[in-house]
Design a binder for this molecule. Structure first.
Ligand SMILES: NC(=O)c1ccc[n+]([C@@H]2O[C@H](COP(=O)([O-])OP(=O)(O)OC[C@H]3O[C@@H](n4cnc5c(N)ncnc54)[C@H](OP(=O)(O)O)[C@@H]3O)[C@@H](O)[C@H]2O)c1
Length: 149
């Protein structure tokens, strides 16, 4: 059976800022780095599946809705079962933080741009996602400890 390829493309500020008041912390900044980052996000995800929480999907602009498949995920949905629906396809996990935490263990490629933003945020990147998320680390540490000397 074909696999689902699970990837992330996201942007963070200098200290890991991800979101502010429901939008990107640097929303409205028209500097070239920020404009290029948004353009690149839509280039990379074009033709693929973008799977994200309800607020993140709601923030996708109309122009980007036609050329990618948008899927809203909820906390009641099992991540493994949800990903199986997209066998043979590339699925981008679009956030926000609780969604990255739940899907981190399936991600084979993280593409993180660190932008020149150093202001406030209410959503933050968690480097533990890069190694599968908090839940995976706790489970793995338990196994390593029980297999240890
Ligand atoms: N910088 C970036 O690249 C980037 C990317 C994406 C988002 N953001 C920012 O992040 C913020 C939005 O994120 P958000 O977290 O507030 O809202 P969100 O996008 O709606 O995502 C969080 C919600 O997803 C649902 N969910 C789905 N599957 C889940 C699971 N397995 N476990 C837990 N929850 C799950 C939960 O809602 P239910 O419990 O109601 O189902 C949860 O509250 C905005 O500020 C946005 O701009 C930034």
């Amino acid at each position: 059976m074909k696999k689902t390829v699970v990837r992330v493309v996201c942007a963070i500020g200098q200290a890991g800022q991800l979101g502010l008041k429901g939008g990107l912390p640097w929303e409205g900044d028209r500097s070239p780095e920020f404009v290029a980052d948004v353009a690149r996000f839509f280039d990379v995800t074009r033709g693929h599946v973008l799977l994200a929480g309800p607020k993140t999907i709601a923030s996708v602009p109309d122009f980007a809705r036609a050329d990618r498949e948008l899927v809203v995920v909820r906390s009641s949905m099992d991540p493994e079962h949800t990903l199986r629906r997209f066998a043979g396809r590339v699925v981008f996990i679009g956030g926000g933080p609780p969604v990255w935490e739940a899907y981190a263990r399936f991600v084979s490629h993280w593409d993180v741009t660190r932008l020149p933003y150093d202001g406030p945020a209410d959503r933050w990147f968690d480097a533990r996602w890069l190694t599968g998320g908090v839940r995976t680390r706790v489970a793995r540490n338990r196994t390593l400890r029980s297999n240890g000397p």
